[in-house]
Design a protein around this ligand. Structure first.
Ligand SMILES: [Zn+2]
Length: 238
């Protein structure tokens, strides 16, 4: 019964998505013609980091000493209770994957002209375990990657997967987070990744433990890989 109710809930969310009126998902204002999900004013007001223009940025520092990482960026500052934070919550938990898709496009529009994506061969979304994906109905990072792919033309690859579920990272210290994600991720068909430059995509980076675990899994499977990182937002370090 519980399962049935949950399925109905997921279906209802899907219908809500299709029936969504033309309002901005950040400010609630009406969208003008040509605007999609986020109005132009909200786009301009997004708290841009411009990290990708700064080689030694706050994201690069999080992955310093991590072998195989070429460059790293996060597009926006993550601050709790702001329109961006609420929008991320919406596309993660409230059945609005199209918003993740639109944010992926926004990442593409901002990264493409800067050269950050040059020589990147594949986009690789950070995976969630399939049980979580079943519950949520989708993985939001897939949608971010798809949006980024639409703008950049770089294909999305699904080689990375979460072999076992891991508990939430919220409320854990850096050391606990690294232990929590160790050995979670695995790579299927590593032979197809030979010599490639892979861009890992995630929604919010806090300590970087999840992304490090993904990069380590990829490099363990293919030591000739190069890995870069782009997340939609960066939370302040713990
Ligand atoms: Zn707006």
């Amino acid at each position: 019964m519980k399962r049935l109710l949950r399925s109905i809930g997921v279906a209802a969310k899907g219908i809500a998505e299709v029936m969504a009126p033309d309002y901005c998902r950040l400010c609630g204002g009406h969208l003008a013609e040509g605007e999609r999900l986020i109005c132009n004013l909200c786009r301009i007001r997004l708290p841009a980091t411009d990290f990708h223009l700064i080689p030694d940025n706050a994201m690069t520092v999080r992955f310093a000493g991590e072998p195989g990482i070429v460059r790293a960026t996060a597009l926006f500052h993550y601050v709790r209770d702001t329109p961006l934070a609420l929008a991320i919550h919406d596309f993660k938990y409230n059945g609005v994957p199209s918003l993740a898709l639109e944010f992926g496009r926004e990442m593409g529009r901002r990264l493409l002209p800067t050269g950050f994506l040059s020589d990147v061969d594949l986009l690789m979304p950070v995976p969630v375990h399939f049980l979580k994906r079943m519950r949520r109905g989708y993985n939001q990072t897939d949608y971010l990657a798809r949006g980024l792919s639409e703008i950049s033309g770089i294909p999305v690859a699904g080689n990375l997967y979460a072999g076992r579920p891991h508990k939430t990272q919220t409320g854990r210290t850096l050391v606990q987070r690294e232990a929590n994600t160790a050995g979670v991720f695995a790579v299927r068909h590593p032979e197809t990744l030979a010599g490639h430059h892979v861009l890992l995509i995630d929604d919010v980076c806090t300590t970087g433990s999840t992304l490090k675990a993904c990069a380590r899994a990829l490099l363990a499977a293919r030591p000739d890989l190069r890995c870069s990182i782009a997340t939609l937002a960066a939370a302040p370090r713990l």
